[in-house]
Design a protein around this ligand. Structure first.
Ligand code: DQA
Length: 146
C-alpha cells in the first residue's frame, strides 16, 4: 500500500521563524515539521522531510524521489513562481504532488500569483498555515487510496 510522502521545503523555509510573522506566523521549521508529522501519523503516512536553499539540490531530490516516496508535498518557496528547472524535475519524478504555501500567495504581490508547477500537481493549498499541510496530506491519502 502506498504511504510514503516526501515533504520538500524550498528556499528560505529554513528561516521561517525570522520571516514576517503577519504572513508566516511565528513558528520555526522544526515546529512546522513536528505538526506535519502528527497529521501524518493520524493518516498512517510515513514522511521524509527535505529542505535546501540550492535549486539544483532541490531538483536532485526530485530526481531520486520515486525511489523512496509514493507522493510529494512541495513548498518550493519563491522558486514556485519561476523555476522551470524544478517544474521539469517534478514532471520527471512521475509522482502525485500537492503544492502548499503557508501564506495566501494569490492575495500578495502580483508575481506570487504565478506558479509554474500548479498544473503538474493533484492539488494546491495556500493561506492555511500549518493546517494547509494537513489538507495536503489528506489529498495524498485520497490519491493513494484511489
Ligand atoms: C511561500 C510563498 C512564496 O511566495 C514565498 O517566496 C515563500 C513561501 C509560502 O509558503 O507562503 O518563500 O511559498
Amino acid at each position: 500500500m502506498k504511504n510514503r510522502v516526501d515533504v520538500l521545503h524550498g528556499v528560505n523555509l529554513d528561516q521561517l521563524a525570522r520571516r514576517d510573522p503577519e504572513v508566516y506566523g511565528r513558528g520555526t521549521l522544526a515546529e512546522l515539521e513536528f505538526a506535519i508529522k502528527g497529521f501524518a501519523t493520524e493518516l498512517s503516512l510515513e514522511l521524509t522531510f527535505w529542505q535546501t536553499n540550492h535549486e539544483g539540490e532541490y531538483c536532485e531530490s526530485l530526481h531520486l524521489a520515486s525511489e523512496r516516496a509514493d507522493g510529494l508535498i512541495l513548498n518550493p518557496g519563491a522558486w514556485t513562481h519561476y523555476s522551470y528547472a524544478i517544474r521539469d524535475a517534478l514532471e520527471l519524478s512521475g509522482l502525485p504532488a500537492v503544492e502548499v504555501h503557508i501564506s495566501e500567495v494569490d492575495s500578495r504581490e502580483e508575481w506570487r500569483r504565478e506558479s509554474v508547477i500548479r498544473d503538474l500537481c493533484v492539488g494546491r493549498v495556500q493561506g492555511k498555515g500549518v493546517a494547509g499541510y494537513r489538507e495536503a496530506l489528506e489529498l495524498l491519502r485520497a490519491e493513494f487510496d484511489g
